[in-house]
Design a protein around this ligand. Structure first.
Ligand code: HEC
Length: 158
């Protein structure tokens, strides 16, 4: 009995030590995903916005787009929709949706956080690696996102 308790305590200690290490292995684009505000519209895991406080963004698990397309969308946004142009030099110094607007981003384009080209590339890589084409979110993906398998959002994941 003693030995079993000791073994269990040892295991808990090992898990406690290992957990932060695993959380640090989060995808390099995850931080940009969070700080740029993508979850506000697309849901924390890219499952699509359903929170009435935020404009709805589509479910990104069910899209199949290539890297160049994603870079264009995230950099330049989608005119007349809530999808923002995130690239700092979008339209002013980078041709977007086929045109330049040197005096400023055109009014039909939503702006939110501004990202460098490197940050856009990182968040697009995150979408490619961890969001796009995934059916349901697995429990381990959910745990990796929050760094906590017991996070309430993960309860429904398998
Ligand atoms: C303010 C709300 C909002 C935010 C913030 C937002 N999006 Fe969107 N996003 C949308 C909407 C709305 C659409 C659909 C646009 C349309 O109808 O064409 C969209 C479309 C997209 C698409 C294209 C999907 C497709 O079917 O082709 C991608 C990819 C995408 N968003 C990624 C992102 C990423 C990555 C971020 C963060 C850097 C982000 N979005 C932030 C609202 C948002």
């Amino acid at each position: 009995m003693r030995a079993r308790v000791a073994a269990a305590a040892f295991l808990v200690a090992v898990i406690a030590i290992a957990a932060p290490a695993r959380a640090q292995q989060a995808h390099p684009g995850l931080q940009v995903w969070k700080s740029a505000g993508c979850p506000e519209c697309h849901g924390v895991l890219g499952q699509g916005g359903d929170d009435g406080d935020h404009p709805k963004g589509p479910n990104l698990h069910r899209i199949y787009q290539d890297r160049a397309f994603l870079i264009e969308t995230v950099s330049c946004g989608r005119p007349t929709t809530p999808m923002p142009a995130f690239l700092d030099v979008a339209y002013t110094r980078r041709i977007c949706n086929g045109y330049l607007s040197p005096n400023g981003v055109p009014p039909e384009i939503n702006r939110l956080a501004l990202l460098t080209a490197d940050e856009v590339a990182l968040v697009v890589q995150y979408v490619l690696d961890r969001v796009m084409g995934m059916g349901e979110i697995s429990r381990s993906e959910c745990a990796a996102y929050f760094g906590d398998a017991d996070h309430p959002v993960c309860a429904g994941a398998r």
